[in-house]
Design a protein around this ligand. Structure first.
Ligand code: 6R9
Length: 645
């Protein structure tokens, strides 16, 4: 066990907002008197009408509801921009570092951000967007992506960001699901010196996205694109026609702020819906506490805005806190494996937040790429998205941070809106690989398969026993699915889908998903999604997909495919099927291994025994367990004999 403890340094304990005793006190109050705790926290936001109500919720079927600060009114964009104009109007809100290191970075003060957001909001209005409308954002990592989100928030439109790496098919599905009439995109994106044809993908999506009426196109690269008259609008042309003043729409606390699609264990991706006040409060509260953030510090969350991490910790959290947030267009390993550390030096980044998969990839390139940079500005490091293996943790700590920076390993989910289990740098001793302790307000429980709450040092399934302001409010268009997915496995609790161990010190160790979700490079992928893409291929009769261990990605995708009678299993078809999934969903869903299987292991009632498929994918063929309940135990021998990788 890697239970070695890295204690809080004296300096951090002294300087940080919250020390160990402070954490105990906050946590105690948050659980003993949540009403007054959260109403006090609500003061961190600027309200049009201050709430008198805090949480009002029940996870029980008869009375299922979740709301926070329901009588309050505010505007999220005004909280992230306008309220800083008085004291911090000339301070930098956004630093944008382009893909190409030879290009100049761009900087926006809060005053400039205000103007950009107002203009963007007026363009949306001019295109007919109204309060409550859904706007799909399919953008590269350019400042206009942040402007677009805040512009939606300003006028009360609900944004739905679709990651720029998703295919036209995936984009179309998301546009259709939330009935989004307007799509915001760019001519092209750039990543690692390569172009991503975003506008062309929107054009390709149009055939299956009938809701889409308008496309607003930001000129990012100047690449050639086709514009469809009547439907497509250049952003810079529309922006020249509107004013740089736009009033912020007063919104109810519970009015939706955004939808973000995420993979679940079954069916199509779910549209996770977040509220205005509760979500923003959670993003602001956690960003300040976990990063011990103070305005003036350059803070860098190296995620993409297409994921929840980009929403909460590039845009909403840091801007609500009047911070300076760095947005990076590029990738960690281009032009070479020094890029991240060079950006840190160039902008004097003090806080860096990234994913274990990036660290593992950089670690493999050797320490020289790190050592040749200074990194003296760094004070705090963070990780998110998947469990971090202790080896990568130690490398991050010793080589990147030269032993001087605490690491906050933050566990949370799209559904939780923000960080839930994480160290506080001035309060919590660290153990490599552990997300450590719940934040004040978070009430985790570990339960066994029957739902019995386990106490003390134990292992089981991770639930959250009470609501918190940042909790998702529904699945867009399917409230029943929301209840069924999260509140029926262990009645009365929110079930996270994660397995978890708690050690004798009360530290939490996330062990990974216990459902059919796999975590590829920190990105969630439903096995069912990949399976549905595969069976769409005319030669595929059946497919089963499981996770397999992968050195860099954490988990890779292992697909078992049964072909229709008469189809020939060969290398050409293997490549074709891998590309097929890539085109259907996007590059992140490409199977790492694909095995042709004459049959899949099934119970007599026809259920695929995934346990066996996982073991084979993991290479643990000697411990397949009981196969006697299979309808045809012989298929297992074939699978083992023809294992790939
Ligand atoms: C923020 C984000 C959520 C799933 C979650 C868990 C895994 C995230 C983690 C972690 C171990 C951490 N996860 N952070 N596992 N340690 N620090 O990643 O959201 O894309 O919805 O993924 O990611 O399995 O359930 P999302």
């Amino acid at each position: 066990m890697s239970d070695s403890l890295y204690p809080v340094s004296d300096e951090w304990a002294r300087r940080a907002r919250v020390d160990a005793a402070g954490y105990e006190k906050l946590y105690g109050r948050s659980i003993a008197d949540p009403g007054s705790f959260w109403l006090e926290q609500a003061k961190r936001l600027d309200w049009i009408r201050r709430p008198e109500l805090a949480g009002d919720w029940s996870f029980d079927e008869e009375d299922f509801h979740i709301s926070w600060f329901a009588d309050g009114k505010l505007n999220v964009a005004a909280n992230c921009v306008d309220r800083h104009l008085g004291r911090r109007g000339d301070e930098i809100a956004i630093i944008w570092e382009p893909d190409d290191p030879n290009e100049e970075a761009r900087r926006y003060t809060y005053r400039q951000l205000h103007e950009e957001v107002c203009r963007f909001a007026n363009v949306l209005k001019a295109e007919g967007v109204e309060k409550g409308d859904r706007v799909t954002v399919y953008m590269p990592m350019i400042p206009e992506a942040a402007f677009a989100l805040l512009a939606c928030a300003r006028i009360g439109a609900i944004h739905s960001v679709v990651f720029g790496g998703f295919s036209p098919e995936a984009l179309a599905g998301r546009i259709t699901d939330c009935d989004s009439k307007v799509v915001i995109t760019a001519d092209e994106g750039r990543r690692g010196g390569k172009r991503v044809p975003l506008k062309a993908n929107v054009d390709a999506a149009a055939a299956h996205a009938r809701a889409m009426e308008k496309v607003i196109v930001v000129k990012a690269t100047g690449g050639e694109v086709a514009m469809q008259p009547g439907r497509d609008v250049w952003y810079h042309e529309a922006a020249a026609l509107v004013s740089a003043e736009c009033p912020a729409e007063p919104m109810g606390a519970e009015d939706p702020l955004f939808i973000l699609y995420t993979s679940g264990s079954t069916g199509k991706p779910k549209g996770v819906l977040h509220s205005s006040a509760g979500y923003l409060l959670w993003a602001s509260y956690t960003h300040e506490l976990v990063f011990d953030y103070r305005p003036g510090q350059v803070y860098w969350c190296a995620a993409d805005i297409g994921w929840v991490t980009g929403h909460s910790y590039i845009v909403y959290g840091p801007l609500a806190n009047g911070g300076t947030t760095l947005m990076f267009e590029g990738v960690p390993n281009w032009p070479d494996a020094s890029r991240i550390w060079q950006v840190v030096d160039r902008h004097q980044v003090e806080i860096l937040y990234t994913a274990p998969t990036a660290l593992r990839a950089l670690m493999r390139e050797g320490d020289a790429y790190v050592a040749k940079t200074s990194r003296k500005s760094l004070k705090l490091l963070g990780t998110v998205g998947e469990p971090i293996n202790p080896e990568a943790w130690r490398w991050y700590h010793a080589v990147v941070g030269e032993g001087r920076c605490p690491i906050v390993d933050t566990w949370w989910q799209t559904e939780t809106g923000g960080q839930m289990i994480s160290p506080l740098p001035g309060a919590t001793g660290l153990k490599p690989g552990s997300a450590t302790l719940p934040l004040p307000g978070v009430d985790p429980q570990i339960v066994d398969a029957e739902g019995t709450v386990l106490h003390g040092a134990t292992e089981g399934n991770l639930c959250i026993a009470r609501s918190w302001p940042g909790q998702m409010r529904t699945v867009w268009g399917d409230h029943e699915r929301f209840f069924q997915t999260y509140f029926t496995t262990y009645p009365g609790k929110y079930f996270t889908g994660d397995g978890c161990r708690r050690d004798a010190d009360g530290y939490y160790w996330i062990t990974g998903r216990v459902d059919d979700v796999i975590n590829v490079s920190g990105h969630r992928m439903g096995t069912a999604e990949v399976e549905s893409a595969l069976v769409l291929h005319p030669k595929v009769a059946e497919a089963a997909v499981v996770g397999m261990p992968h050195d860099i990605k954490g988990q890779g995708i292992y697909a078992y495919v049964t072909l229709n009678t008469g189809c020939v299993a060969d290398e050409a078809l293997r490549t074709e099927l891998r590309n097929w999934v890539r085109t259907e969903i996007g590059p992140i869903a490409t199977p790492d291994a694909l095995q042709f299987a004459p049959g899949l292991p099934k119970t007599r009632s026809g259920k695929i025994m995934r346990r066996i498929l996982r073991k084979i994918a993991e290479g643990e063929v000697s411990s397949l367990g009981d196969t006697s309940t299979l309808a045809d135990p012989a298929v297992v021998d074939d699978l083992v004999a023809n294992r790939v990788g």
